[in-house]
Design a protein around this ligand. Sequence first.
Ligand SMILES: [Zn+2]
Length: 83
Amino acid sequence: MTPRPTRVSHPRRERDTAVQLAVLSDRLEAAERRQRQLQNTIAAIGREAGVSVGCLCGHCEESYTLIKNGDMYCPRCGHRRSL
Ligand SMILES: [Zn+2]
């Protein structure tokens, strides 16, 4: 293991960190926007198919449940219960 230099300020590193933070911030913003767009699309697909989107599946937590004809089910793991 090589000892790290113990300088007080790291201007280069701080600049790199600021750039990385800006990149991550942009990516987060883009991901959140994409998530909103997909939520809108999913809600629209549900309306057209006569299905509403329920809560997160408590069984697998990998998908939101779908509600149709008084039945709530998870399209991912198949867990089902009637309302
Ligand atoms: Zn599930």
